[in-house]
Design a protein around this ligand. Structure first.
Ligand code: ZN
Length: 310
């Protein structure tokens, strides 16, 4: 069993409209945009990153906004819900705020002894806020939401699977342990996590495969400290029979990807070098940053990409 993985690193989803997406995460949810760059594999599309002040691994929600992309159809083989941690006693504030801002899908419930508020993103994305007592992670308050209410980072993701057996086995190999089981949901936790240590596996044997589109999670990334730990994880996965990509430089972290037996695309990403490698912390996310291989496209991209704010 591996011990290099310390929880979630980031969650990457797809959206239809960059401006709407930016406004939802920075204004409605009060996260900080920590990077404005492009999809390295399709540079005419943004890659937007939202998180805490510096984009600490375990707080980072990222998006590829593809103009006119049709909505995804929810189903199995995907992350169905991305869950953020908020302070104890803050769900009343969030419920009022999200209702006043016209957010869809608001529903309060209790699961695993936790109070949660489900809601939908601009493209029908499945989200929830869960109250966590004494989450030690610092919040970003520059978005106008006070520390008593502000998001601390990820709490968990919930994957929808036809059969959770092989995915649970893989996660246990990756260092997760079963914590609880309730109403068809298995909850796993990784010891010594960065705060984003939980995964819920929802079993839905009769539900069709999801069709990816706007509002769908593209992949979920797990955090390792550095490149050395990443290579250890890669070797262990390859030795177990997984088809893992070579290490890819994503400028702000190094990444490896592999498809899991339940259909969800996993990534393992390094905490190094971080989002402040090419911008001052005071100005993170403000300028359009391009990777070396796309630098020559700057004039085209600057005139072509949608403006995120006035
Ligand atoms: Zn990623």
């Amino acid at each position: 069993m591996l011990d290099q993985i310390k929880g979630l690193h980031h969650v990457t989803s797809m959206a239809e409209d960059a401006r709407t997406n930016n406004s939802f995460f920075t204004n409605t949810l009060g996260l900080r945009r920590v990077k404005k760059t492009v999809n390295f594999d399709a540079p005419d599309v943004y890659h937007l990153y939202y998180g805490d002040e510096i984009g600490t691994p375990g707080t980072v929600m990222t998006y590829f906004p593809f103009p006119q992309m049709p909505r995804g159809r929810a189903g199995t083989g995907e992350v169905g819900t991305t869950v953020f941690s908020v302070p104890q006693g803050s769900l009343g504030f969030w419920s009022d705020r999200l209702a006043a801002l016209g957010v869809d899908g608001l529903k309060q419930e209790e699961a695993f002894g936790e109070k949660r508020l489900n809601f939908a993103g601009p493209d029908g994305d499945g989200f929830a806020l869960v109250e966590v007592r004494d989450d030690p992670r610092a919040s970003w308050t520059g978005g106008g939401i006070s520390e008593d209410h502000a998001i601390r980072g990820f709490h968990s993701v919930a994957m929808r699977l036809r059969d959770n057996g092989a995915t649970a086995e893989l996660l246990k190999f990756m260092g997760y342990e079963e914590l609880d089981r309730k109403d068809g949901v298995t909850r796993l936790i990784v010891p010594g996590s960065n705060g984003a240590g939980l995964i819920d596996l929802e079993t839905m044997p009769n539900v069709n495969r999801a069709q990816q589109g706007a509002g769908s999670v593209h992949h979920v990334a797990f955090a390792v400290e550095n490149r050395e730990k990443q290579l250890e994880v890669r070797k262990a996965l390859v030795d177990t029979g997984y088809h893992v990509t070579p290490v890819i430089d994503r400028d702000y972290f190094w990444a490896i990807y592999f498809r899991t037996p339940g259909g969800v695309l996993f990534e393992v990403a390094t905490n190094e070098p971080g989002f402040d490698r090419d911008e001052d912390v005071a100005h993170l996310g403000e300028a359009l940053k391009l990777p070396q291989q796309h630098k020559h496209l700057r004039p085209i991209l600057e005139s072509h990409l949608q403006k995120l704010e006035d």
